[in-house]
Design a protein around this ligand. Structure first.
Ligand SMILES: Cc1cc2nc3c(=O)[nH]c(=O)nc-3n(C[C@H](O)[C@H](O)[C@H](O)COP(=O)(O)O)c2cc1C
Length: 368
């Protein structure tokens, strides 16, 4: 495969990248007490040395007390964690990649396993619903919503202060912001719920607060998804017109780049067109987009987690190039392939596809 376009440098607003590859955000749960260890630091540095254009970190806890469910998830508010991320940002950039922390609030997906921080506090979610039809908690009140918005803003300010190149807001997969987006989990009839425009309001306020706390040209990336961790076949938007109504307020609020989370980058999103979610989002929003999902792998993320191996490591790379050349998307997110091989990008660029080994569920434990 040629991959010419994948390896072109690209400038998107104030962000300039050496190529179009992005390490997708992947939770590793290997930061005890929320502080990334030296092993976590070298894990990110190795991927930068391996040629990735931009690294989006695993989801980092913002300083709202119920933002995560596991104390091994790193945060971006304690002095120790901030110092560690500052060092990681510097190392990643020294190796030629952009550094982008993902800001995360888990919302209603906060199950109270052993080790959950602040176990006595209730979780924060739009309507106390995580599984459609099942009310498990109380809807967030105004004070709770406002506190979470402010917490995102503080995290964005820290992200900029440590020298990050952008922030990525986790608005997908059924977590806090997505819980407001999706009608099944947002049954409110106040200013934070209702039609699809109103269901974007919390995220819009988060984006505006992040903008207020950073410079006017600090890139804000929003990740969103149709699928939810609790409902793989969920649809936030069933038609292009609905997707347009969803995107418009977010564009107005100041999103610079949409990170369109799908399980397979090649799947057509709506009938009658072969455009995927990223392609449609680019077309309807006019903003740059990241496509993601099984790049270089035969099986999607959910299949790997439940069934094991995702072999055929060079699968569909030609198609990826064709879609890039056609202008379907600007950047390409790579997840699992980069867990199992820090040099995945360099190998693809050099055409060394026979050296790729694919991904196995056992690789999830890797941090090398
Ligand atoms: C182990 C693992 C952890 C993940 N953690 C996150 C996360 O913290 N935030 C997020 O937005 N997506 C997360 N994802 C989803 C990935 O960012 C990516 O979208 C997904 O793996 C599809 O890409 P792939 O098929 O190349 O692996 C995770 C995926 C995996 C496999």
């Amino acid at each position: 495969m040629s991959s010419k376009r994948l390896f072109e440098p690209v400038t998107l607003g104030s962000l300039t990248l050496r190529n179009r590859t992005v390490m997708a955000p992947m939770t590793r749960r290997q930061s005890p007490g929320g502080v990334p260890t030296p092993e976590v630091a070298s894990y990110y540095r190795r991927r930068a040395e391996g040629g990735v254009g931009m690294i989006i970190t695993e989801g980092l806890a913002i300083d709202h007390p119920v933002s995560i469910q596991d104390s091994r998830i790193p945060d971006l508010f304690t002095p120790e964690a901030i110092a560690a991320w500052r060092g990681i940002a510097r190392d990643v950039q020294a190796a030629g990649a952009a550094f982008v922390p993902q800001l995360w609030h888990i919302g209603g997906a906060r199950f109270k396993y052993q080790g959950v921080p602040n176990p006595d506090l209730p979780s924060l979610s739009a309507s106390g619903i995580y599984y459609p039809g099942k009310v498990e908690g109380a809807p967030a009140d105004d004070a709770g919503i406002t506190a979470a918005i402010a917490s995102y803003g503080r995290a964005a300010r820290v992200a900029m202060a440590i020298g990050s190149d952008a922030v990525d807001l986790h608005g997908g997969h059924g977590y806090l912001l997505d819980g407001f987006f999706w009608a099944e989990t947002n049954q409110r009839d106040d200013a934070w719920g209702g039609d699809i425009e109103r269901r974007t309001r919390v995220a819009c306020e988060v984006v505006k607060e992040c903008r207020r706390q950073t410079r006017p040209d600090f890139p804000i990336i929003l990740r969103f998804s149709q699928f939810k961790e609790q409902a793989y076949d969920a649809k936030l938007c069933r038609t292009p017109a609905e997707l347009q109504r969803f995107l418009a307020p977010l564009v107005d609020a100041g999103v610079d780049i949409f990170d369109c989370s799908t399980r397979r980058f090649w799947t057509p999103e709506f009938e009658g067109s072969d455009l995927g979610l990223a392609g449609w989002t680019r077309k309807l929003s006019g903003k740059p987009v990241i496509a993601v999902g099984s790049v270089g792998l035969a099986n999607d993320m959910i299949a790997t987690l439940h069934q094991g191996a995702a072999k055929s490591p060079a699968a569909r790379l030609d198609l990826l190039d064709t879609m890039l050349a056609r202008g379907d998307f600007d950047l390409v997110g790579v997840g699992r392939a980069l867990i199992s091989d820090p040099d995945w990008v360099a190998k693809i660029e050099a055409g060394r596809t026979d050296e790729l080994k694919g991904f196995d569920a056992a690789d999830l434990a890797l941090l090398t």
